[in-house]
Design a protein around this ligand. Structure first.
Ligand SMILES: O=C(O)CC[C@@H]1NC(=O)NC1=O
Ligand SMILES: [Fe+3]
Length: 411
């Protein structure tokens, strides 16, 4: 006799992303959830005979697509204020680097973030998290990096944890102390890098606020040598690393994070063949950020063909941040990855599920397989490619987070 399941969804088009078949597709499939995990998944005709009678809730989806819950593996979701005025400046010809060198960019958001209380940062970030959830996100990463002093970095990471608790979703935090040089250290970058490595990171890690360590390795950010210092400290503390790499130039950042067997290298517009090979050898995930490419009107495309050829897993994320990617839909980011970077819809959807989970070191989710967390999205579409095809709009029907249907709580 089959055990009683909490939920059984039938007549579903399942995009499982398990195995190599396109989407891991199961037409007319069924998926059962029990005590927060996927208990059974497969062709409906293969269900155990008494399954429908024993399930507490049975729902016929009428052929709707079901995917794993979407995972946004790269966001700067917590910050004070916004930078709409810079949007205007850039559209009038100023480059992101011009604005940064003139004291705008990241540093201007630092000022607004330092002036905001923890509650103010939480209240400002929560609607952005709600927007991501409204389009299918069930887990996300949130970086620090707009505080650039211990107290404000702590406040940012505490807000990230509060967002996860308030919404009942998994939030993975990344410490990004090496995001920009704060004004007070403009003349002494070595001292700032030491403050980050020797004081901030150990203290915030000891408070349980840090799940991974990131850095902005770029001409207008930090050098490979400075990045190595914070990566060495992360390694001493037992924390995994990831890196903003090759966004505006090639500093061999991808090869650097691969040397630490890092979780991911992110952006990658200027990634070299040697960087691709290093990532492939290390199993480091390529996180592509089409929102920043689009908002900066970048023209250098990431080397998608090379990443494919060497079997580097590609993830897609919003890079939600006030300067280069004020993007509040991961599903739209997947569509942009198709239209702008020429990924197939299958690659893009794999990039916001199983590959995104890998970029966060999460192995308990990202596919529809028995034993995985029951985080899944039910969509008002009949084929998975529609999720990248429709631009904007509301195509999400329901979300299960840990096996709990949000339909009961969603408007
Ligand atoms: O402009 C900002 O506020 C962040 C930009 C963001 N940070 C980074 O390291 N690269 C980016 O695109
Ligand atoms: Fe970023």
């Amino acid at each position: 006799m089959t055990q009683r399941w909490d939920h059984l969804l039938i007549n579903a088009t399942l995009a499982t992303f398990a195995g190599d078949a396109p989407y891991g597709l199961i037409e007319r499939g069924a998926i059962a959830m029990h005590e927060g995990h996927i208990a059974w998944v497969g062709a409906q005709d293969d269900l155990p005979g008494d399954a429908l009678a024993l399930a507490s809730h049975v729902e016929d989806l009428g052929g709707a697509v079901v995917t794993p819950g979407l995972i946004d593996c790269h966001t700067h979701l917590v910050f004070g204020g916004n930078r709409a005025h810079e949007f205007d400046l850039r559209l009038n010809g100023a480059s992101y680097e011009d604005i940064a060198r003139a004291g705008g960019g990241i540093v201007s958001t630092v000022k607004a973030t330092r002036e905001a209380s923890e509650d103010e940062l939480f209240v400002q970030a929560l609607p952005r998290a709600h927007a991501l959830l409204a389009d299918g996100v069930t887990a996300l990463e949130i970086k620090s990096g707009y505080g650039l002093d211990k107290e404000t970095e702590r406040r940012m990471l505490r807000v990230a944890r509060r967002i996860g608790n308030a919404l009942g979703i998994t939030v993975r935090t990344s410490f990004l102390g090496l995001h920009a040089l704060p004004p007070e250290y403009r003349e002494n970058r070595t001292a700032y890098v030491s403050l980050v490595c020797d004081e901030m990171l150990p203290a915030l890690a000891a408070e349980g606020l840090v799940d991974a360590v990131d850095a902005f390795c770029e001409n207008i950010g930090f050098t490979p040598e400075e990045t190595r210092r914070v990566f060495d400290r992360a390694t001493e503390l037992g924390l995994p690393v990831k890196l903003h790499a090759e966004q505006l130039s090639d500093l061999d950042g991808a090869a650097l994070v691969a040397r630490y067997r890092g979780l991911s290298a992110d952006h990658l517009e200027y990634l070299s063949d040697s960087g691709i090979r290093a990532m492939a050898a290390a199993g480091t995930v390529a996180v592509l950020l089409p929102g920043a490419f689009y908002a900066l009107r970048e023209t250098e495309l990431p080397p998608i063909a090379g990443l494919r050829e060497h079997g580097v897993a590609m993830a897609i994320a919003t890079d939600c941040n006030p300067g280069t990617s004020p993007l509040l839909s991961l599903r739209l980011a997947a569509g942009m990855a198709c239209t702008l970077f020429r990924l197939t819809p299958e690659e893009a959807l794999r990039g916001v599920t199983v590959h995104a989970a890998r970029a966060l070191g999460l192995s308990d989710r990202g596919t529809l397989q028995a034993g995985q967390r029951a985080d899944l999205d039910v969509w008002n579409v009949k084929q998975p490619a529609e999720l990248c095809y429709w631009i904007g709009g509301q195509v999400l029907r329901n979300v299960f987070i840990g096996g709990h249907s949000q339909a009961e709580v969603r408007p």
